[in-house]
Design a binder for this molecule. Structure first.
Ligand code: HEM
Length: 210
């Protein structure tokens, strides 16, 4: 087989559906959340059917997002644990940013930066869900909890949105061909060897393809 015809499976159909459900529910919850958060951004409400509509749909999109992150956790938590190479990688993150990949320990299926994105999204999703539930049913909650929730919800949202802005930049402009992995499910060996050498070797050792 010609090398360029080789396709390494990266994300199966369940993972891709899961990921794009996370992306869609995240974008909807973010844009409608920004609309109810700041009067300057209230114009966004018009895009989604008006203030009355998004007051009803925003919390539900948050519930869907949280459920999908729960699914992601069940599916990927094991893979996202940091090994000793990842810990060294994190201390040398500047080398990644300045494209000195050779100075970094080799990555497995996900690099340590991707793993940190995963964990930060799990934590912020939990905070958003908990504070969101408190604000959804204020009449059942003590005042102190309501005040904590009002402060926590936008702070967790800012953390989550900042992470996803970096993630979108990495997945589109910064690391070419990543989108193919998430859209079509596969990558070419050159991509895998460069970005995820340990994962590439595992795949190579499990097949006869060289
Ligand atoms: C909205 C636009 C988004 C785009 C364009 C995008 C793009 C991508 C791409 C291309 C990958 C594959 C990276 C690889 O093969 O190594 C990926 C992986 C992943 N995405 Fe997204 N994504 C988006 C939103 C999200 C959201 C909202 C979440 C969760 C809150 C998320 C969580 C993840 C995780 C945990 C991975 C695996 C690890 C990683 O690559 O960081 N993504 N995404």
């Amino acid at each position: 087989m010609m090398k360029s015809e080789i396709r390494i499976p990266r994300f199966d159909a369940y993972e891709r559906v899961m990921h794009w459900m996370a992306a869609l529910s995240f974008l909807y919850a973010t844009l409608t959340g920004l609309a109810v958060w700041s009067p300057k951004l209230y114009w966004l409400a018009g895009v989604f059917g008006g203030g009355f509509v998004i007051r009803g749909t925003h919390p539900w999109s948050g519930v869907i997002f949280s459920a999908v992150i729960g699914w992601m956790f069940a599916r990927w938590a094991k893979t996202m644990g940091l090994d000793s190479d990842d810990k060294v990688w994190l201390t040398k993150m500047d080398k990644y940013i300045t494209h000195q990949h050779g100075a970094l320990p080799e990555s497995g299926r996900f690099n340590a930066g991707q793993k940190m994105l995963f964990w930060s999204q799990v934590v912020t999703a939990l905070l958003l869900f908990a504070s969101g539930i408190v604000m959804w049913f204020p009449e059942w909650m003590p005042r102190s909890l309501r005040l904590i929730a009002i402060a926590m919800h936008p702070l967790a949202a800012i953390g989550s949105i900042s992470g996803i802005i970096v993630h979108i930049y990495m997945g589109t402009a910064a690391v070419p061909h990543s989108m193919r992995a998430m859209l079509r499910g596969w990558v070419v060996p050159e991509w895998a060897r460069f970005h995820h050498p340990k994962w590439y070797r595992q795949w190579r050792d499990s097949t006869n393809i060289r």
